[in-house]
Design a protein around this ligand. Structure first.
Ligand SMILES: Nc1ncnc2c1ncn2[C@@H]1O[C@H](COP(=O)(O)OP(=O)(O)OP(=O)(O)O)[C@@H](O)[C@H]1O
Ligand SMILES: [Mg+2]
Length: 369
């Protein structure tokens, strides 16, 4: 027979060990709503040890969130637990995360306490956001493609008819038919850009830095004023399977935007890194290259940040708003991902490309969908 107090002791040992093994961050507050315990996961999440946190309130941790002393006190009074799924915790400028928080009442030594369980959810959130954005982008692209086709066909007829007409009329009226032809050509050009790249990529193993250097060269040739381009390359990156012309085009569109946004004193940094075991548009990839184009200019206007990659979204008075949408199509053709984080003084576009492309059969099936 087991002794009851032995079992009790054993239970305590397991409970203590469990709290320190949990991935969920656990914080315990006493009836004065002061921290009396945090497990190692909470210490890691809050980047502070139990000794630093002991006896403090949670005010700073949960500043500007839905969790406040009033709600916690109510929980102590009523015993009613609650869960908040999107608590954005900002500990300092560089440490910000989203967590799911459950607060429940517990009793220790006959005194009511509050048990807070925090689970960081940024990663899952990011993945589902990416999948959602990808689906939205495909739906938008299909709609525009359908529309562009419908516009393009009659445009050809319109142009042909104007050409025929110009042969039948006098020289002074030809001004009008020339205008029709000119505008039809302008529209055809726009529609062609809207339809996006229409050829499948020609995939070869490439040195990613040669592609980037080519972009730098083109930038040098095509801009009168010199652009301060910095390199932060990881020379150990192996060859990457890609279509170098398409990748170059995507990079140029992004770099040109940065050049248009920045001033003389600003700079653009091209950075490369290797990444392992990451998720691209919901799919797991073993090895990938991350190419970042970073500038210290004014940042992307906040009103277009959410729709930045949609066609015809522009913050410039003379922009067509197609550069980034085309860049995204090109990167998607490589089964990669294009994302952007921007705030004044730091705008970063990141291209993530798998080192190896799926077999060409898969590429064709995807494109045909
Ligand atoms: N690095 C950047 N800094 C600030 N704003 C940017 C940056 N990159 C893009 N933008 C903003 O995003 C908008 C959309 O860019 P996009 O390349 O799609 O179109 P565009 O440059 O306006 O026109 P297009 O490239 O078709 O000539 C730009 O108009 C600009 O307002
Ligand atoms: Mg552009």
């Amino acid at each position: 027979m087991y002794n009851r107090s032995d079992i009790q002791k054993q239970k305590l040992i397991y409970q203590q060990a469990l709290a320190s093994q949990l991935i969920t961050a656990v914080i315990i507050l006493n009836d004065q709503l002061r921290i009396v315990y945090v497990n190692p996961a909470a210490e890691a999440l809050l980047i502070k040890s139990l000794y630093r946190l002991y006896g403090t309130t949670t005010e700073l941790i949960f500043a500007n969130t839905s969790i406040n002393a009033k709600r916690l006190q109510q929980l102590l009074n009523t015993g009613q637990e609650f869960t908040d799924s999107d608590v954005v915790i900002t500990l300092n400028k560089s440490h910000r995360f989203t967590a799911e928080l459950t607060a429940s009442p517990v009793e220790f030594e006959n005194s009511p306490h509050v048990l807070l369980e925090l689970k960081q959810i940024d990663h899952q959130k990011q993945i589902s956001l990416e999948v959602f954005q990808q689906q939205q982008w495909i739906a938008g692209r299909d709609l525009i493609k359908g529309l562009a086709h419908e516009i393009k066909n009659p445009l050809g007829g319109l142009r042909g008819a104007a050409q025929l007409l110009s042969k039948e009329i006098g020289i002074e009226q030809q001004e009008y038919t020339s205008m029709i032809i000119e505008q039809a050509d302008r529209l055809t050009n726009l529609v062609d850009r809207l339809l996006g790249p229409n050829q499948l990529p020609q995939i070869h193993a490439q040195n990613i830095h040669s592609v980037l250097e080519k972009v730098c060269q083109l930038v040098d040739y095509s801009h009168d004023t010199s652009v301060n381009l910095k390199r932060d390359y990881d020379p150990s990156i192996p060859l990457v399977e890609c279509d170098h012309e398409k990748l170059q085009q995507a990079l140029l569109n992004i770099v040109n935007n940065a050049i248009q946004a920045i001033d003389k004193e600003n700079s653009i940094t091209l950075k490369t890194r290797i990444a392992s075991n990451i998720t691209i548009n919901g799919k797991r990839v073993k090895l990938a290259v991350e190419i970042s184009i970073i500038d210290d200019g004014p940042g992307i206007p906040s009103k277009i940040q959410d729709t930045l990659f949609y066609p015809m979204v522009s913050g410039r008075s003379n922009g067509t708003g197609l550069g980034l949408s085309i860049a995204q199509t090109l990167i998607n053709q490589h089964h990669g991902k294009l994302s952007c984080h921007s705030q004044p003084g730091h705008t970063e576009f990141m291209i993530v490309l798998p080192l190896k492309q799926p077999a060409s059969k898969d590429i064709n099936t995807r494109e045909e969908k």
